[in-house]
Design a protein around this ligand. Structure first.
Ligand code: G1P
Length: 287
């Protein structure tokens, strides 16, 4: 069965981007002309998702509001003849069906995914962390969807990272390689430097099967005292195959000020609407 739901955990405190995220979710920070959450949903839709399950903290509704229609704003834009703006607003509000699941406390990524269990039900689903934007053709989530179509198992995005960075990520130990596909035999969340079994980091894109929910219910707090998705996936390895895709293209960080700035400049230089402005600013800064 093709996954048609994408779970997007977005209940974090955004501590890596304070103070910008003091009163606003980090997924609303704009990159060029649209917020991070919209980039994420556009990638999910390209990978076949018709429904997005947003996992949000109690009382936070801004992300769902961005992705749903806003009739009063549309009315004003119609009255004022702002056709382009109207199109942009309508598009953001109609990319996919939006469902909200709540995470009551920040207990980790695994817990956030488990909060989506009732909304997802008994079917494979896509999952993505909106901290990175995909600059890839096809987009990274679509590459994973294609691998899942071929393999039928859970599939994770993998990227090789320098040795001194692997402790920031989940790390995959692999047993079999077919081109860019790796069959995984072990997964460790944030291994201490020197103990990592490989340089293959798990990146925030997944195709998951519904047995992950039972595994996560059994998962106890791990790295950082949190319920880790990596530990839930690790439990699945005892029962069946899990594959990773060393994807083609880039995932660019927008979850920190420095990453956001670098990503924004890179995207702006490739976009005819912004190229001139950003090149001019960079030339002035270099002068
Ligand atoms: C999460 C995952 C980790 C993954 C990382 C990718 O960690 O738990 O396995 O490698 O995203 O960005 P976080 O960055 O939330 O600490």
């Amino acid at each position: 069965m093709e996954p048609h739901i994408c779970v997007i955990p977005a209940a974090g405190l955004g501590t890596r981007f304070l103070p910008a995220t003091k009163a606003m979710p980090k997924e609303l920070i704009p990159v060029l002309d649209r917020p991070v959450i919209q980039w994420a949903v556009e990638e999910a839709v390209a990978a076949g998702a018709g429904e997005i399950v947003l996992v949000l903290a109690e009382g936070r509704n801004e992300l769902a509001e961005h992705l749903r229609p806003n009739p009063s704003l549309e009315r004003i834009l119609i009255e004022r003849g702002k056709h382009q703006e109207l199109e942009a607003v309508r598009r953001a509000g109609s990319l996919a069906r939006i469902t909200v699941a709540r995470q009551r406390e920040p207990r980790g990524l695994g817990d956030a995914v488990l909060c989506a269990a009732a909304a997802v039900g008994d079917q494979p689903f896509l999952c993505m962390l909106p901290d990175d934007l995909s600059i890839a053709d096809p987009p990274v989530l679509e590459q994973l969807r294609d691998a899942h179509r071929e393999l039928g198992t859970p599939v994770l995005a993998l990227m090789r990272v320098p040795n001194d960075q692997i402790s920031r990520y989940g790390c995959a130990d692999v047993v079999e390689t077919r081109g860019r596909l790796h069959r995984i035999r072990g997964l460790v969340e944030k291994p201490p430097a020197g103990e990592a079994k490989s340089d293959l980091a798990v990146m925030g894109r997944y195709v998951l099967t519904p047995d992950i929910f039972a595994a996560l219910r059994q998962t106890t707090p791990g790295a950082l005292g949190e319920i880790q998705l990596t530990d839930g996936l690790s439990a699945l390895l005892a029962k069946g195959d899990v594959w990773g895709v060393e994807f083609e293209g880039d995932l660019l960080d927008v979850g920190t000020p420095a990453g956001w700035l670098a990503t924004s400049i890179r995207l702006a230089r490739n976009d005819p609407r912004f190229r001139e402005a950003v090149s001019g600013a960079l030339a002035m800064a270099a002068a």
